[in-house]
Design a protein around this ligand. Structure first.
Ligand code: ACO
Length: 316
């Protein structure tokens, strides 16, 4: 298990932003065309409504520009763009290239695809870039899952949605915010959740549910162990927003009270790569996260992947 090396250049988040498409689809609207109900969707997933529309590049530009503005940075001073997405606008080039140009960046840009764990993968990579000499990195998580969702399939259509969240990461003197991180993958579980090129998401819901709880708990436990912390040391959890019952089960097994979890899935649905940054931005904007808090980011996704990171908000 890799540990965060001592003495490398640290980083902190200095700006953040988000984007949700304006079109809202309520559970009641879905139940007009699907054999489902508002009551079933709320009880089984915690989702009340979701936002649909736009492109991955378009949403990324909105959240990325907001994060840059908050950090007070000239786009030309960004050293790298890392875009986490499972739904690129094209096979080639990477959507990050489109976003790089639209934001007026003049730096390297690449996509990361680790499904709903992708933002934590991207954030980890961005810390690595800063440790190796970059000064300012823009990290964006965006998905437009509505484009790969079969809207006549009630197993998936009630869950998935679109959105984007972004953070600016800047180098600091000293250790920065990252205490520990973990990235995992188990490719043997590929068939539990996949979409063929040009096809729709296929999902074994119950199987994913079971595995999700286990791998989220495993990943978070590894990050806690590397940081030398226990569940009691965690002030805020930012979990992947797939299903409120998955979040409850994972928190219970980790021994973290549910009140410490930031949740926004009731109005966002599952936005995959955007899920963790959207919940992070929501928590930061509403004051749920305060300077000095120990924050656990933890997600799981198709692959199946899992990832977690422990950060100190504002830096150590
Ligand atoms: N509306 C109404 N009834 C439904 C619906 C629906 N949308 N979907 C299923 N049902 C029915 C089933 O047919 C079943 O009926 P039966 O009892 O007569 O057989 C009943 O409701 C219960 O179905 P289950 O599948 O047992 O429901 P469950 O409690 O497992 O909830 C759900 C289903 C919400 C899909 C859950 O399993 C889940 O959230 N799984 C994880 C999915 C997930 O997180 N995916 C994203 C991964 S991240 C990424 O990479 C994108």
């Amino acid at each position: 298990m890799p540990t965060a090396p001592k003495g490398v250049r640290g980083a902190v988040i200095t700006g953040w932003g988000s984007a949700l498409p304006p079109r809202v689809i309520t559970n009641d609207e879905l139940s007009q065309t699907l054999d489902t109900s508002d009551e079933w969707i709320r009880e089984r997933s915690g989702i009340h409504e979701r936002h649909i529309g736009g492109t991955t590049a378009g949403l990324s530009v909105i959240s990325g520009a907001a994060a840059l503005a908050m950090a007070g940075l000239d786009p030309r001073h960004i050293d790298a763009l890392v875009l986490s997405t499972t739904t690129p606008d094209r096979c080639v080039p990477a959507t990050s290239a489109t976003v790089q140009h639209a934001l007026g960046l003049s730096c390297g840009a690449f996509d990361v695809n680790a499904a709903c764990s992708g933002f934590v993968y991207a954030l980890t990579v961005a810390h690595g870039l800063i440790a190796m000499g970059s000064s300012k990195v823009l990290v964006i998580g965006t998905d437009t899952l509505s484009r790969i969702t079969d809207w006549s399939d009630r197993n998936t259509a009630v869950l998935f949605a679109d959105g984007s969240g972004a953070v600016v990461l800047e180098a600091v003197d000293g250790p920065g915010q990252m205490l520990s991180w973990d990235i995992d993958a188990d490719g043997s579980a590929e068939e539990s959740l996949y979409a063929e090129l040009g096809g729709f998401i296929q999902m074994e819901g119950k199987d994913v549910f079971r595995k999700a709880v286990r791998i989220m708990v495993d990943s978070a436990t590894k990050s806690l162990a590397v940081a030398g912390l226990t569940a009691d040391d965690v002030d805020v959890v930012i979990p992947h927003q797939a299903n409120i019952r998955i979040i409850q089960a994972a928190c219970e097994r980790l021994g973290i009270p549910m009140e410490k979890a930031s949740t926004d899935l009731h109005y966002t649905g599952n936005t995959s790569s955007a899920s963790i940054p959207l919940a992070l931005v929501d928590a930061a904007d509403t004051g749920k996260i305060k300077k000095g808090d120990t924050v656990l980011l933890v997600g799981f996704g198709a692959g199946m992947t899992a990832a977690s990171a422990l950060i100190v908000w504002g830096g150590q």
